[in-house]
Design a protein around this ligand. Sequence first.
Ligand code: NAI
Ligand code: 15L
Length: 268
Amino acid sequence: MTTTPFKRLLLTGAAGGLGKVLRERLKGSAEVLRLSDIAPMAPAAGPHEEVITCDLADKAAVHALVEGIDAILHFGGVSTEHSFEDILGPNICGVFHIYEAARKHGVKRVVFASSNHVIGFYRQDERLDAHSPRRPDGYYGLSKSYGEDLASFYFDRYGIETVSIRIGSSFPQPQNPRMLCTWLSYDDLLQLIERSLRTPDVGHTVVYGASDNRTVWWDNRHAEHLGYQPKDSSEVFRADVESRPAPPADDPSMVYQGGAFVAAGPFD
Ligand code: NAI
Ligand code: 15L
């Protein structure tokens, strides 16, 4: 696997929780990191960085954003459950704009921040792989599911390759019993991203983004070619999580893989 820096990498959602982490950790992965978000970015552009404010719902702006880019890390958009109307522009139109711009500008690789919420309505005692039928747990999960379908279509039709990472819960540490199973450390996320960018011939690969936790609901057998080997485990946080009162056994966060998202809404 080559480690030659990319010329220009685009990171959308760069002002967000994961965006801030990736901004720091991707230094050195590209001669120039182009950082974009609809929200203000702090700090301003440093050496080897470009900052471009862009609303993903704005097709012309996204096309300009993607010009001159080698590969895209698409992390921007609404990241929790909201009404369809709130999700439509940033996530559904947004991911379409990203792929259309990739096609027009000859970008050949996308890493798509998908989510466990594309399969959130499975119960926690079920085991899944990348071929398990999706069971989105809301409009947010549906938008990620649409993004994965776009990724598949743009590979079949135009040869643009994507790794869709179904991220579990990527935070400094797991916050509840469910996250002991879904937690993805920042180091493991970075490893997944590096492998997603650099592994040849990924076509459209779906990979579950979880660390080497004691219990994991997801089997990455169909993404073995990425060579992802998580190094961290939520186990070191178990005592802390279990020292707090657990939700009742029938609480959605204890029953469904998507946790509380399954019970959000309706929004009218
Ligand atoms: P976040 O909400 O902190 O960051 C998302 C960023 O997207 C924000 O900075 C926001 O301003 C930006 N954004 C929203 N609407 C936009 C628009 N119309 N145009 C341009 N930018 C817009 O979320 P986080 O946690 O950093 O997640 C990053 C990505 O990873 C998201 O796509 C999320 O769905 C996905 N993900 C994250 C997980 C996690 O555990 N952190 C789990 C699963 C998926
Ligand atoms: C997600 O998709 C969200 O972006 C993140 O904020 C968490 O809610 C995560 O899933 C999760 O399921 O824990």
